[in-house]
Design a protein. Structure first.
Length: 448
């Protein structure tokens, strides 16, 4: 009995530690005066939108940025004063704690929350805490996708229709937070429709639920398109796609091992072509600019890039995104280590590995970096095992497939970039898949 009580207290302590970690991380950021990390990120693009809505700025009212995060900033600034980044930091940290609370509720529902390994995988996921300290929409997307998965879990396991309605609502908010989940219509929605079809309900009610699901997706496009229509009488979901393709994806894919840093020669050439294209077009709209960027980018890929090199670079970009540890980002943000371009240029992955192996016993920061990298590889092994469970027939197969497809929906658009920042929205899904993978390995070990 005493042993059971100690075990219960131990897990309670670990859960509390997980809940407060985003607040503790925010406290460290505040204490060492690194709020906004000295402006090294693009937070101004979102705060300017909020200030424009507050009537305090007219310099950034173009609806290029999806509205959910600027709306969050708007309310914080409205209550605590414009440019009160300290208040913004701690409100984001509160949402971080709420995110981890619901992550553990998901693990409770799945029966994984009593595993020390699973809890430790959350405790040491510094990437999550770090994202909630940055003034970027990644964090609020993580918050909503956690609620999205929580409601999906309740719907799948308990047939809770109330949670399906909430699921659709959070799906709508996700699509108005970042555009990276657009592929979910193809990769995720069909499996949710399968869940609906499997319900013990009449056809009319199932049709209603499927219609609600599709409405939650397309209504977000309508809301954003109306913002563009009010701005310049045009319809668009995002006008960032062309810029992203032309000045990030292509210059990254032009490099043998992707980004890192973009290929400046390719980037300069594409910029030159773009400027020449719009030179004789007066009063060009942002929609037309986006279309021109997309056209130039697609033509460049089709006619001037080596497809085998694109394939090789794409593979490396995904490997970088998945296997890079966020610890180096944290180092740079807290100025613990200089940026790579100022200190150590890694021409190839082998150079990076050699640098880590040769310096891990000389420099404590490199030692922590190497240990963190080792931890990432361990977690990817278990997460891969979790993904493989989607191939095994059983009561959880459809659920695991849906989580896996949600992960692919988020990771596929990151092609070329090779930055763990673009993995951050997938971290919650990876924790869940890792928990499945761990219990698969554990059960195999028991049976042998």
């Amino acid at each position: 009995m005493n042993h059971h009580l100690k075990s219960t207290n131990y897990f309670f302590f670990l859960r509390i530690l997980i809940y407060i970690n985003p607040l503790l991380f925010a406290g460290v950021v505040y204490f060492f005066d690194f709020v906004d990390f000295n402006g090294v990120f693009e937070s101004g693009k979102y705060t300017r939108v909020a200030k424009s809505w507050l009537g305090e700025s007219h310099s950034y009212n173009i609806p290029e940025r999806l509205p959910v995060y600027p709306l969050f900033i708007f309310f914080v600034f409205k209550i605590f004063g414009t440019d009160n980044l300290n208040a913004l930091l701690f409100f984001q940290a509160i949402l971080g704690s709420a995110t981890l609370y619901y992550l553990l509720k998901i693990l409770d529902e799945l029966g994984f929350s009593k595993s020390i390994f699973v809890l430790i995988s959350v405790i040491f996921n510094l990437s999550l805490y770090f994202r909630f300290s940055l003034f970027l929409p990644n964090f609020i997307f993580i918050f909503f996708i956690t609620l999205f998965v929580y409601c999906l879990t309740k719907f799948y396991l308990k047939n809770s229709l109330k949670h399906f309605y909430f699921f659709c609502f959070f799906y709508f908010l996700l699509m108005l937070t970042r555009p990276i989940f657009s592929l979910s219509l193809i990769l995720v929605v069909p499996f949710i429709i399968k869940m609906i079809i499997d319900l013990d309900k009449n056809k009319r009610y199932k049709t209603f639920l499927i219609s609600l699901l599709l409405f939650s997706y397309f209504s977000s496009f309508l809301v954003q398109s109306l913002r563009y229509y009010n701005y310049n009488k045009s319809f668009a979901y995002t006008t960032q796609s062309g810029h992203h393709l032309l000045f990030f994806v292509i210059p990254c894919l032009a490099k043998k091992y992707a980004c890192g840093t973009v290929d400046n020669n390719v980037s300069d050439e594409l910029m030159k072509r773009y400027k020449n294209e719009i030179l004789d077009i007066p009063d060009i709209s942002i929609n037309e600019k986006n279309k021109i960027k997309l056209k130039i980018g697609i033509n460049y890929i089709i006619h001037e890039m080596d497809y085998s090199k694109i394939f090789f670079s794409s593979i490396f970009s995904y490997l970088k995104t998945l296997f890079h540890t966020s610890i180096i980002e944290i180092y740079e943000s807290f100025e613990i280590k200089k940026k790579q371009t100022e200190s150590q240029e890694f021409i190839s992955p082998t150079d990076r590995i050699n640098y880590l192996l040769n310096n891990f016993y000389k420099d404590i920061t490199v030692f922590i970096w190497l240990v963190s990298l080792f931890g990432v590889f361990i977690m990817r092994f278990f997460q891969f095992c979790g993904i493989l469970m989607s191939l095994k027939k059983g009561p959880m197969q459809l659920y695991i497939i849906t989580i896996t497809m949600s992960f692919f929906s988020l990771i596929l658009p990151t092609v070329g970039i090779g930055n763990p920042r673009y993995r951050s929205e997938s971290e919650i899904l990876l924790v869940i898949l890792g928990a499945f993978g761990f219990f698969v390995i554990k059960n195999i070990k028991k049976s042998t």
